[in-house]
Design a binder for this molecule. Structure first.
Ligand SMILES: [Zn+2]
Length: 440
């Protein structure tokens, strides 16, 4: 039930990270018998259930004991047209694009196909507990509009943009600079700030963008303050060499984007697997964030993400699934993969469950300029949450029966909870996904 004027008190074990665990030692907060008080779609209280109930005796209680509430998960890098490219293993980035991803991107010229994929895409986000996502739309404006419309119908918080390119992909995916400006302007005017939707200027990557189209992106950002920015950076060694060849005037990959004013707060650069120290310093100074996509980095063989170097340089990082280069929509799985790869990286960081939760929630909100709205359960934020309940007789249920220490419980959730554990998901207190009763 949505929150009414009297509000609603949701009772369950509850985790959130209202602080950054890379900087503060007590970032993870937990209540084994917790309460989330929701009024008008916003968090009006978060803490121990008994205290909240005693202070609000008239508020109806939704009893969800037996499971866990986490803030809604936030995906900072994902491609809508690539839903059906998932599982294309065995290739590196440029070959994978050519053989697996771009054929799917081309099919987005068919609007009815795009509408169908858009509905599946937003359903997949919600059913994995993702309430907010920064999404690469399609190269085609009508298909990108279908994503916004599906997200609006589903009630999700989506930031997206038409993907802009004018070379080296396939002719049907290229726009002229004039068309790119006209179609993107129309999408921004139609969708930016409409309900929970926001727009992002989205050049695919420097490799497929001439200076003329990058200038269009710069113009769009200047003409529409508040619009976000997303692209790819330093993902794969062959890609980086090709960008260096195409932009001989640029000292490095990031310098291409700097030239057009893209490095700024609320910009998200996907991957950055192979940065120079200078690029990290400049990224940190600009306030731009990096989307860390560990499943994709491993699946495409792009490399081991240097998380410690990013953190030490002061670059903000958050998780992305990178569907379809990645391995699916699950941000819990992405968190586990980050843990695993950092564990075996030569200079890896030992990540706690609190780090993983932060990277999957508040870090994403900070990267997207949405930390006043979502990312944790502090007072006044939107009541965005995922409710996870372990299946009876599952390994997760067995572990949670034995383990009481909160960090250990959360680690078990990241290790063992998948889509099957996602039981209810809300945005602004409104249900955007509820598992059918027979599945529970
Ligand atoms: Zn990507």
């Amino acid at each position: 039930m949505s929150s009414t004027c009297r509000g609603e008190l949701v009772r369950a074990a509850l985790f959130h990270t209202p602080r950054n665990p890379f900087r503060e030692s007590d970032a993870l907060e937990f209540w084994s018998d917790g309460g989330l008080l929701i009024r008008d779609g916003h968090v009006s209280g978060c803490g121990g259930y008994t205290e909240l109930r005693d202070g609000n005796p008239d508020v109806p209680v939704t009893d969800l004991r037996g499971g866990f509430l986490l803030p809604g998960l936030i995906d900072t890098h994902i491609h809508f047209p690539q839903l059906r490219a998932l599982g294309g293993l065995g290739l590196s980035l440029l070959d994978w694009l050519e053989q697996s991803a771009l054929p799917e991107e081309s099919r987005m010229s068919d609007v009815s196909h795009a509408c169908r994929i858009a509905r599946s895409f937003v359903q997949a986000l919600a059913s994995h507990g993702t309430t907010t996502a920064l999404v690469f739309g399609a190269h085609f404006a009508p298909a990108t509009a279908s994503l916004f419309e599906a997200a609006e119908t589903a009630g999700l918080r989506i930031i997206a943009g038409q993907v802009l390119s004018d070379r080296l992909l396939r002719p049907e995916l290229h726009q002229t600079p004039e068309r790119a400006w006209r179609e993107s302007t129309s999408l921004i005017e139609r969708f930016h700030g409409r309900g929970r939707l926001l727009c992002a200027v989205t050049p695919r990557f420097a490799l497929s963008a001439s200076e003329a189209i990058l200038e269009v992106c710069q113009t769009l950002l200047r003409e529409h303050p508040g619009v976000r920015f997303q692209t790819h950076l330093n993902e794969d060694c062959r890609e980086i060499a090709e960008v260096a060849r195409l932009f001989p005037w640029a000292a490095d990959y990031l310098a291409v984007y700097e030239r057009f004013g893209f490095c700024q707060k609320n910009a998200v650069m996907a991957h950055d697997v192979h940065p120079t120290s200078s690029e990290l310093e400049r990224l940190a100074a600009s306030g731009a964030a990096v989307a860390y996509c560990p499943c994709s980095n491993a699946a495409l063989g792009s490399g081991l993400f240097p998380l410690r170097r990013h953190v030490n340089a002061g670059v903000r990082c958050a998780l992305g699934t990178d569907v379809g280069g990645g391995t699916g929509f699950g941000l819990l799985k992405e968190g586990l993969q980050a843990y695993l790869l950092q564990r075996i990286s030569p200079d890896g960081m030992l990540l706690s469950a609190g780090h993983l939760l932060y990277l999957a929630t508040l870090a994403g909100a900070e990267a997207l300029g949405l930390s006043a709205e979502t990312g944790d359960f502090r007072l006044g934020k939107s009541a965005d949450f995922v409710y996870l309940s372990p299946h009876a007789n599952s390994p997760l249920a067995a572990v949670l029966e034995r383990v009481e220490e909160p960090g250990r419980q959360l680690a078990a959730i990241f290790t063992l909870a998948g889509q099957e554990s996602v039981t209810e998901v809300r945005v602004g207190g409104e249900t955007v996904y509820r598992k059918a009763a027979k599945e529970q």
